[in-house]
Write a protein that binds this ligand. Structure first.
Ligand code: 5RP
Length: 256
């Protein structure tokens, strides 16, 4: 297995230790969370009672193949734990997400969970968000051209995400994604406010003040980044669950 895949797998094995019998789980999207879904599939096969709410059609398909019972936010608006990947994580546990295009449902699910845990390989940890990845912004198709103009006015180089056939890529919500190259983002809170003020913008891939713990896979183990504690290295990931209330987390930029 390539190094990076091994790192992803280690992070997801550690995330599986956070899962308790009877939990309702938010299931993220992407190539990292794939390994978490495999762990959940194993748990279900050995009799654990778990239910998942998927963040994308793709994740729902994988979970169904693994016989993980699924439900919806309509039926289960309160989740015990959400586990998801990220494109970038900074040391304050702020994230860029959305390279896989599922950012809106991912944010809704993360905000609905008591705890939000992020699983990444070591290459995803950055000093400043925007260092490596563009910021995905989900927009209503009707207003995407004015939104591009406004985003360019904010200093971004903007590309409309396209499918392999050249047509605009459409999210599970029927929207477009604008990949915005801002470069390093010194003040993500201020930027998010400006983005949400653009009428066609539904949300951005900035996940601010939402993450309780990031599990970072390295070649030889995992490193935990916990809310308010900075980094802590542990070969097996260790215990020690921080208790963070939803209201504390939602003091970020959940509101327009
Ligand atoms: C999808 C996401 C993914 O979680 C993020 O892109 C990370 O994906 P991967 O684990 O494949 O690198 O935000 O919208």
């Amino acid at each position: 297995m390539a190094d990076v895949e091994h790192m992803k797998q280690l992070a997801c094995q550690r995330a599986a230790q956070e899962v308790q019998d009877g939990m309702v789980l938010g299931l993220g999207t992407g190539t990292t969370v794939y390994y978490f879904l495999q762990e959940l599939g194993r748990m279900v096969r050995t009799g654990r009672r778990l239910t998942g709410v998927p963040t994308s059609v793709r994740t729902a398909e994988i979970a169904t193949q693994l016989a993980i019972p699924l439900t919806t936010l309509d039926n289960q608006p309160h989740l015990d734990l959400a586990v998801d990947g990220a494109d970038e994580v900074d040391t304050n546990l702020n994230l860029i997400k959305g390279a896989g295009g599922a950012l809106l449902r991912e944010k809704i699910i993360a905000a609905s969970a008591d705890r939000f845990v992020v699983v990444v390989d070591a290459s995803k940890v950055v000093t400043q968000l925007g260092e490596r990845y563009p910021l995905p912004v989900e927009v209503v198709p009707f207003g995407h051209i004015p939104a591009i103009r406004t985003l360019e006015g904010l200093g971004a180089r903007v590309s409309l995400r396209r499918s392999t056939d050249g047509q605009p890529w459409v999210s599970d919500n029927g929207n477009y994604i604008l990949d915005c190259h801002f470069g390093p983002i010194p003040d993500p809170v201020a930027l998010q406010k400006k983005l949400l003020a653009i009428p066609a913008v539904v949300d951005s891939g900035l996940f601010l003040n939402m993450t309780d713990m990031a599990i970072v896979g390295h070649a030889d183990g995992v490193r935990l980044l916990q809310r308010g504690e900075g980094a802590r290295t542990s070969a097996d990931g260790g215990g020690g669950r921080p208790h963070t209330t939803r209201s504390a987390r939602s003091s970020g930029l959940q509101d327009r």
